[in-house]
Each structure stands twice: as structure tokens, then as C-alpha cells.
Design a protein around this ligand. Structure first.
Ligand code: MTE
Ligand code: MO
Length: 467
């Protein structure tokens, strides 16, 4: 019997009984040796949670394992098979944690189904200034919780000696309703272009991990004030916990500085409406955080708990992910404690029309796209080149005018330009400038990082011209 947990990690055996239907039922049960523990891509600690027990609940959850190349990697570590007597099917039966996920719009380009990660195709992304809810990009790390709005309670921890709040949805509606149009962008937007330069670890987002909605809800500063919090400690952080959690019960979490949370001008919301509708389940029903100008990862969905802490959230996603590093840092040398968590994002723009590889008509070309910057910085200009960056033309900005220092939403833009006769192909490039005169870097190379975040290199599209 090879499935006993030995005390020294080197001898550890992890039982993996692959009887789950969603997995490969014809495969025999097997065990893995401890050599694998340290190089487990998801970290040793997560793997150890499964030690000595069935893997099904974990693999059902982290569905990334259901792929042939993962099986191949693991084959090397297989050390034996369980005798049929050791199998305990009743214990191994697990319900699919994703069975209750909502249905989604078929136009979305699915990155991973479990958890659900998807982006709208470029041609739909910039069709509207406000992204329609059904095609708003979705970034889930875990199964979507099914929250009953009647029994939902938001727990807001009070200051030391103060009282905590336990707010129903109706309680939240009593706070002044605040509305704001905000563009939400994942730090991994455009990661696939970074991978093309050199491999990175993460979801292969194209240019659609960004969307814009009109959000409404209570202002976080009003709720925190009601709980008795003041901006006395400028180094403090507001920590958020989602109601989605992994098999160990650890919820999604993130934090933002208290100074931003308490600043009414920063317009941080506990949002319950998205484009005039209750939040869709994929986007955090019934309540999510919206932090204008800040990376998507801090906009915690299915919000369950808010607290003010002396330190940033201890969540994996605050401390061990969503940070930027030098191109020289690799997975052997990375020190996550050495880099600040991503908050405000850098200036960004991308071309949504024409598409890469498309053949366009001769005569005239219309180039479309989006531009946005973090921290409320406005887009002052978008430059477009049709010759790979040698010469530039200024695009026309569309969409709502931006407010100074509170430019939370993107600008859409277009450029209509005649094509030089005889051109067989075009290298179209765009780059945006924000009101701090920040510009985008021309290539990925100097900003490449092992997690593939923060890609804001000039966006390039190569097209053919019809003869
Ligand atoms: N909140 C919870 N509770 N769970 C999550 O997985 N993902 C975060 C953030 N909030 C996440 C979350 C990340 S990384 C991003 S980019 C945004 O939600 C995506 O929001 P959206 O799915 O509404 O587009
Ligand atoms: Mo994200």
C-alpha cells in the first residue's frame, strides 16, 4: 500500500485516485513521489494540502490539471498503483465545484473554462464605449459562489474598541448611491504578446482583458466612516475578502491603501449595480469592490468582509502574485517580498480593428482601438503609425470626455487614413500618452517579466492590402 503519508517530505506519497468521471476514468489510481513537491507549479503548500488523501477535490477545483501535458509531466513521478482494496469510492466522489457556474455569452473567447476566464473578441470590445454586461471580460480564480441576496451580509470590521457592521443589501442601499464609469483591466491583459517574446506563466490573454461599465453602489469611505474608521493611520490598508474560496476554505483576497479608500475623490465603491442592472454573478453578485484607476485584482467580487489592517492583505494574490519584476528575474531568483503589489496601472492602448493578419481594401484604412491609463490619469493623445513606427498620425478620441485626475474610464479612438498606392502590407502601431506624459515602451523586451503582467508595449498589427 503506497498511500500512507510519511513524516519526512522526501518520502511523501500523494494519493491520486483518478476515478473522477471528469478526469480520465480509464486511468489506474497512482501515487506521486515527494521529489515533485518542491517544483509543483502551484507551490508546495497547496500540494501538501492534498497529501495522504484523494486529489479529486483539488483537481476538480484546479481544473488546469485536466490536460494531457500535465499527465505527461506527472508520469515521471508515478511510483505505484493502489490495490483495489484501498480505493474508497464513496470518499472519492466529489461534486463538481463548477457545476453551479452561470451560463455565459457565446461570443466570449474562453481562456479557461474552470475557473471561467474569457474576453470579448476585439471587434466587439470597442463597438460600445460602455461594454455590455454579457461580454464584459471575466477573470475568476475559483468557482462562482451562489449568493442568496436575502441572507447576504457584508461584514465590516470596526476599529479597535469600536463596533463591527453586519450589512444586508438593504442596509447598503441606505448609503448615498454613487455612480461612476470605470474601466477595469487585468494586470495580465496582452500577456500573450509577452509570451511570444519569451515564455511567461499565466493565462494567455489577448487584448480583451479590459472592459468598461457604469458602476453604482455605496462609497467605501461612507461605509468605513459608519463603522467608525478615520484616516488616522496613513500606512494602513483596507483588506477585502471574497465569498469564493479554495478547497481549504481560503477566500480570494486583496487590499488597497486606506488613504485611497477614505478619499471621497478616489470614488472607491462597494458596487451593487453594473450598467443599471444588479451585478451579474460572474462579476460579483451581489456586491463587489470597484477601485477606479487600479488593477483589476483589487476589485474584489462577491465581497464578504472588509477590514482595516496595519499591513496589506496576506492573500496569495496580494503578496505572491500581481507584482512586477525585472526581465532578469526568473522563477529561481524571484523574491515576491521585494516588489510592491500592483495598484495603479501604466498607460495602455491597443488596436481592435483591423485584426492581425487581416486583408484590408486598398485606398483607405480605418484603425480603431482603446486607450486608458491608471490612477485617474487622462489620455491626452493616441499616435498611430502605418509603417511600423517610422511616421505617426494623431488619432481622433471618442467616448466621454475625461475629468482631470479622475479619468477612470477609457477613450476609444479611430484614425481614417489614405493608403499609399502600391502598399502590399502595413505594420500598424499605436501608442498612447497620458496627462503625466507617460508613454508606452516600444517593445516587450525591456518590460518582460516572469508572470507576464503589465504589458503596455506599443501594440502592433500586421495586415495585408488587397491588390
Ligand atoms: N474577486 C474575487 N472574489 N475572486 C476573483 O477571482 N478576480 C480579480 C478581481 N476580483 C477575482 C476577484 C481579478 S484578477 C480581476 S482582473 C477582476 O476581478 C476581474 O473582474 P471581472 O471578472 O468582473 O472582469
Ligand atoms: Mo486580473
Amino acid at each position: 500500500q503506497a498511500c500512507r503519508l510519511k513524516s519526512t517530505p522526501a518520502r511523501l506519497c500523494i494519493r491520486a485516485c483518478c476515478t473522477n468521471d471528469s478526469f480520465q476514468p480509464q486511468r489506474p489510481s497512482f501515487t506521486f513521489s515527494g521529489e515533485f513537491v518542491d517544483i509543483h507549479p502551484g507551490g508546495a503548500s497547496k500540494l501538501m494540502l492534498a497529501a495522504g488523501g484523494p486529489l479529486e477535490p483539488f483537481w476538480a477545483h484546479y481544473a488546469v490539471h485536466n490536460q494531457p501535458h500535465v499527465q505527461e509531466m506527472l508520469a515521471e513521478y508515478k511510483i505505484g498503483e493502489l490495490s483495489p482494496d484501498d480505493k474508497a469510492p464513496s470518499v472519492l466522489k466529489t461534486s463538481d465545484p463548477y457545476a453551479d457556474d452561470p451560463t455565459r455569452h457565446s461570443a466570449l473567447k474562453v481562456n479557461t473554462q474552470h475557473p471561467f476566464n474569457a474576453e470579448p473578441p476585439p471587434e466587439l470590445l470597442t463597438e460600445n464605449y460602455i461594454t455590455p454586461n454579457p461580454i464584459f471580460f471575466t477573470r475568476n480564480h475559483l468557482p462562482v459562489p451562489n449568493v442568496d441576496p436575502d441572507t447576504y451580509r457584508l461584514n465590516v470590521a470596526g476599529p479597535p474598541g469600536g463596533q463591527s457592521l453586519c450589512l444586508s443589501l438593504d442596509d447598503l442601499y441606505q448609503f448615498p448611491k454613487h455612480e461612476v464609469t470605470v474601466t477595469l483591466q487585468c494586470a495580465g491583459n496582452r500577456r500573450s504578446e509577452m509570451t511570444q517574446f519569451k515564455e511567461v506563466r499565466g493565462l494567455e490573454w489577448s487584448l480583451g482583458a479590459i472592459s468598461t461599465a457604469r458602476w453604482a453602489g455605496a462609497r467605501l469611505c461612507d461605509v468605513l466612516a459608519q463603522a467608525g474608521h478615520q484616516l488616522c493611520e496613513t500606512e494602513a490598508h483596507v483588506c477585502f475578502e471574497g465569498l469564493d474560496s479554495d478547497p481549504t476554505g481560503t477566500p480570494y483576497g486583496a487590499s488597497i491603501p486606506l488613504a485611497r479608500a477614505m478619499d471621497p475623490e478616489a470614488e472607491v465603491l462597494l458596487a451593487y449595480e453594473m450598467n443599471g442592472q444588479p451585478l451579474p454573478r460572474d462579476h460579483g453578485f451581489p456586491v463587489r469592490v470597484v477601485v477606479p484607476g487600479v488593477v483589476g485584482a483589487r476589485h474584489v467580487k462577491w465581497l464578504g468582509r472588509v477590514s482595516v489592517e496595519p499591513e496589506e492583505s496576506f492573500s496569495h494574490w496580494q503578496r505572491r502574485d500581481y507584482k512586477g519584476f525585472s526581465p532578469s528575474v526568473d522563477w529561481d531568483t524571484v523574491d515576491f517580498d521585494s516588489a510592491p503589489s500592483i495598484q495603479e496601472l501604466p498607460v495602455q492602448s491597443a488596436i481592435t480593428q483591423p485584426k492581425e493578419g487581416e486583408t484590408i481594401e486598398a485606398g483607405e484604412v480605418t484603425v480603431r482601438g482603446y486607450a486608458w491609463s491608471g490612477g485617474g490619469r487622462a489620455v491626452v493623445r493616441v499616435d498611430v503609425s502605418l509603417d511600423g513606427g517610422l511616421t505617426w498620425q494623431v488619432a481622433e478620441l471618442e467616448g466621454e470626455e475625461q475629468r482631470a485626475r479622475k479619468a477612470w474610464a477609457w477613450r476609444l479612438w479611430h484614425l481614417q487614413a489614405p493608403l499609399p498606392a502600391g502598399k502590399k502590407e502595413l505594420n500598424i502601431v499605436c501608442k498612447a500618452v497620458d496627462d503625466s506624459y507617460n508613454v508606452q515602451p516600444d517593445t516587450v523586451a525591456p518590460i518582460w517579466n516572469l508572470r507576464g503582467v503589465l504589458n503596455n508595449a506599443w501594440h502592433r498589427v500586421h495586415v495585408h492590402v488587397a491588390p
